[in-house]
Design a protein around this ligand. Structure first.
Ligand code: AMP
Length: 400
């Protein structure tokens, strides 16, 4: 059984075709630069590729190209789209409307589009892609939407409310939603399995560290709290995003620079974080390299990141009244021994002690890196959001 997983942005359409018999990826790629010019890059499991400039005025042409590369030419992996059992779409913002995956209907697409005010960069693009997909793939192929926010819907109000007047929650829906939920759900379940424990008995701090980063307290398999908020800007320092900032500093800086709210939002989302602090790059590898050469602002950025993660581990240990395991995932969490080492230093009070040699020699694979006998286990757990979307899609269509 084949499931096509689609992750659509405003100018890109990333996809993976997954064979659910063995959960292997048959082909993956990206129809990119939609609305600009267009480019397709496609790769099959056996190494055949397509890399070509195209014309993608809208998501519809991008979907048509996706169908073309999957079904025709040297890098085709299927003969017709009828061989695909379902399409699973990643959706960023489901708000309080969607707390689990659901089948795509015209009403569901409209609702996702209506939520665009809560995720201006993403939800409208998702709706465009869903409409395009519906127009291009066979009408008999079911489609499922899986929401980044859904896993976090179990947070209690004391965790998700802000101290703004209550009417702003009631009328404007301003609250913490949290993001990366599909990743946190995938890695916390994978960790429980690796530990040989029932997830219902575990208190986990899940650190998803990438260009965007978030930390989640997972108790008994449910999200209790998470570091991202109303938007993915809140929480810890990121590639180009500030993470949490005193709101008064935001209004002060906007006033001094003469920024509109939109301009201030751009400033905090695109010009801040690693990039803004270091003045060098948003990329962890470049920051780590510059810090190793003694660049003071790169060292500061690295220290800020580790310190903020440590504080979240402490806060979430308090929120859950304990912690059994801390896990690292995402591009940084899986690959950067330097970040993991810095985070796990001076955390003995929390029972966190890692095997430094093992940490330094491990990259991108499932591995326990805490010392034997340490009270809190520390793990590297590679994430796979596409696979979880495919599993959710299969589960939902199997119910029908
Ligand atoms: P993601 O958004 O999950 O793709 O993660 C992107 C981040 O992971 C970037 O900051 C990269 O510098 C970082 N990253 C990727 N590979 C490595 C690596 N081998 N070592 C250190 N950081 C890495």
């Amino acid at each position: 059984m084949l499931i096509l997983v689609v992750n659509a942005g405003s100018s890109s359409l990333k996809y993976q075709l997954i064979n659910m018999e063995d959960e292997s990826v048959l082909a993956k790629g990206n129809c990119d630069r939609i609305g600009i010019d267009g480019h397709v890059s496609h790769k099959t499991a056996d190494g055949r590729t397509v890399d070509a400039d195209c014309d993608f005025p809208t998501h519809t042409e991008a979907f048509e190209k996706l169908v073309e590369v999957l079904t025709t030419g040297d890098a085709a992996v299927i003969r017709s789209m009828d061989e695909i059992s379902a399409v699973g779409h990643r959706i960023v913002q489901g708000a309080e409307v969607f707390d689990r995956p659901c089948m795509v209907t015209p009403e569901v697409i409209d609702k996702i589009d209506e939520l665009r005010e809560l995720a201006p960069v993403h939800n409208h693009a998702h709706a465009l892609a869903l409409r395009a997909c519906t127009a291009v793939i066979p009408a008999t192929t079911p489609q499922v939407v899986v929401f980044d926010t859904a896993f976090h819907q179990t947070m209690p109000p004391k965790a998700y409310m802000f101290g703004l007047p209550y009417e702003d929650y009631e009328k404007l829906h301003v609250r913490k939603y949290g993001f990366h939920g599909t990743s946190h759900r995938f890695v916390s379940a994978a960790l429980a399995e690796a530990m040989g424990r029932d997830i219902k008995d575990l208190k986990i701090v899940s650190c998803h560290l990438g260009n965007g980063s978030s930390i989640t307290a997972v108790q008994g398999g449910k999200c209790m709290d998470t570091s991202m908020g109303f938007t993915p800007l809140d929480g810890i320092l990121m590639g180009t995003r500030t993470g949490a900032v005193d709101p008064s500093a935001v209004t002060f800086v906007a006033d001094k620079h003469g920024f509109t709210p939109d301009e201030m939002s751009q400033y905090m989302n695109k010009k801040s974080g690693f990039l803004g602090i270091s003045g060098i790059s948003s990329d962890n590898r470049e920051i780590t390299a510059a810090a190793a050469e003694g660049n003071k602002r790169a060292i500061l950025a690295s220290e800020m990141l580790a310190y903020q993660i440590q504080k979240f581990i402490g806060a979430y240990t308090a929120a859950m009244n304990g912690v059994d395991a801390v896990l690292f995932t995402g591009g940084i969490g899986e690959n950067s021994w330097e970040v993991r080492e810095r985070v796990c230093k001076n955390m003995e009070f929390f029972g966190i002690e890692i095997d430094e040699e093992l940490n330094r020699s491990t990259r991108g694979k499932l591995m326990k890196i805490s010392k034997p006998g340490a009270k809190t286990e520390v793990w590297i757990v590679p994430t796979n959001e596409e696979l979880l979307i495919a599993r959710d899609t299969l589960a939902l269509i199997s119910e029908k």
